[in-house]
Structures are given as C-alpha cells and as structure tokens.
Design a binder for this molecule. Structure first.
Ligand SMILES: Cc1cn([C@H]2C[C@H](O)[C@@H](COP(=O)(O)OP(=O)(O)OP(=O)(O)O)O2)c(=O)[nH]c1=O
Length: 191
C-alpha cells in the first residue's frame, strides 16, 4: 500500500529529523508563516493546539495531507517566549531554575478535505537549581536560539535536567508516539 502525499508545514530542522525516525519522508516542506501571538489569557494547551492547527491550515492542500506541530514551554499558566535574544533566554532560564515546568507539543494533521486530526503531548521537565555561572555558560553555547523557553533538551541543557516525565521527542518538537498514531489513523503506511 502506498501512502498519500504529505507536506510537513515546518521550518524546524528538528521536526524533519524526528519524522524521519518514523521512516516517513514528507513529499515537501512548506513552512507556515502565521501570527504566533498568544491571545489574552489563552491557556498554554489551547495555544499550542491552536498554533498547530493554524500552521496546518496555512499550508493547506487539496490533494494531500499537511502535518504541523507547535511546542510550548509553560510555567503554570504562563507561556514562555521563544528565545530570539540572550536577555530573553536568561529570563526564561532564571524562571525555570530549580522548578518543574510543562512542555506541550501539539500536532495537527489536515486531510485533503479539510478535516483536522489532532494530538497533544504533555511532558514534565525538572531543571536543577541553576547558578549564575551555569546560566552564563549555557547562554554562551547559543543553543537557546529560537527555542521555546530558551533551552534545547537535545543539547547540553539535558545535563541540567534532573528528570523528565513524558515524551523526549515532544520536547524537541514532534512527539513521535502521537505522530505515528495520527499518521496511521489517516491511512499512512507506517511499519
Ligand atoms: C523546549 C525545546 C524546544 N525546542 C524547539 C522546538 C521548536 O523548533 C521550537 C518551538 O517553536 P515552534 O513554534 O514549535 O516551531 P518552529 O518555529 O521552530 O518551527 P515551525 O513552526 O516552522 O514548525 O523550540 C527544542 O528544539 N528543544 C527543546 O528542548
């Protein structure tokens, strides 16, 4: 059985690498340029779901499926920004230091007829209490750049994380268990 046409609506190289681990090669990559501003009082879970849906919708096709994802770092009800500069990354790390937070990774798969299938992965991540030197060293690595919450678990940050409960791939950007289930349910041929 051959799989239907699939577009990955993402600019993230991590999402491309992660989907490859399922043995799936998208037919094309089409990053979706959407407004990523959270709504007033929007809950982190709702925001992650909405972003994934809007990305999938923005890349809509009438002859194929579109897969999109969104990863949000949440401290309580607070949505942490995607760190685009060092000062933002520092503020995130100071906030995450010594406490537990959640990483919400939403995925949305749009059928050619417009139907949306969605899944959400939720992971608890615990950072050690970070010293100023540890924060400075982490910032010097540059690994925080473009990452939600100012860190990347797939790099040196994992040495500062005492525990995770949930999905490692979800934290990196594409929860593989949920993605596989979603694609299988839509009729993709996955081993
Ligand atoms: C928490 C965390 C986030 N991230 C990344 C995953 C996402 O790329 C990014 C969150 O931003 P997203 O808006 O989810 O994704 P993106 O803008 O990078 O790509 P696109 O919308 O085009 O698909 O943070 C890590 O790589 N490692 C981590 O540990």
């Amino acid at each position: 059985m051959s799989s239907p046409r699939l577009i990955l609506a993402s600019a993230s190289p991590r999402r491309r690498e992660l989907i490859a681990r399922l043995g799936v090669t998208p037919d094309a990559i089409a990053p979706a340029d959407i407004d990523e501003t959270p709504r007033k009082a929007e809950l982190p879970r709702d925001y992650a779901r909405r972003m994934a849906r809007e990305k999938a919708e923005a890349a809509a096709l009438d002859d194929g499926f579109v897969l999109a994802g969104d990863t949000v770092v949440a401290a309580g009800r607070r949505i942490l920004p995607k760190a685009e500069d060092e000062a933002t990354a520092r503020r995130c790390l100071e906030l995450l230091s010594g406490r537990r937070h959640r990483v919400l990774s939403a995925i949305a798969l749009r059928d050619p007829d417009g139907t949306m299938r969605e899944r959400l992965s939720e992971t608890l991540v615990m950072f050690k209490r970070l010293s100023t030197q540890e924060i400075d060293a982490y910032l010097a690595s540059g690994e925080w750049d473009g990452k939600a919450g100012g860190y990347a678990i797939q790099g040196m940050a994992e040495g500062l994380i005492s525990r995770i409960q949930g999905s490692h791939s979800g934290v990196v950007g594409l929860p593989l268990y949920e993605t596989r289930a979603l694609l299988k349910a839509a009729g993709f041929d996955i081993a």
